[in-house]
Ligand binder design. Sequence first.
Ligand code: ADP
Length: 157
Amino acid sequence: MTARLVLLGPPGAGKGTQAAKVAAALGIPTISTGDLFRSNIKGGTPLGRKVQEYTSRGALVPDSVTNEMVRDRLAQDDAAEGFLLDGYPRNVAQVAELDAILADTGAQLDLAVELVADPDVVVPRLLKRAEVEGREDDTEDVIRHRLDVYARETALI
Ligand code: ADP
């Protein structure tokens, strides 16, 4: 069975947790743009060096960089029969790019799911995660900025 899915939701809604379960159940890879950026930053790659100034302050990485990374990832063999996108698309331009990528391969999206969570719930949740995982963007100021970016850019798509 093919399954091409998109998971949307504000920071702290539980996208990563749900994505892992759904992808495992369906036998498809999870493609998390946030995870891809973090592993590049950790590995000190040129891409990682380029994006850290954005991820550290909770700003969106420029579309040109993000779109190219996603296009390359979706072209890999393991995504041919399906995928779960976690954290992409995140604005209107990225929606257009995803449409173009899918059109190029003749594939169609099956489902987009939006997780909803109250900011009063996610801020303490992410501050707790900061203690465990030490993500540099899980400080209160940056969390609130990420929530604003989500409301302004992503919630509308
Ligand atoms: P969260 O949803 O909790 O903010 P993510 O792991 O999805 O966390 O994203 C972390 C950061 O990576 C974002 O704040 C942003 O800087 C960058 N990022 C992730 N996905 C995208 C995207 N689709 N477009 C631009 N930047 C992105």
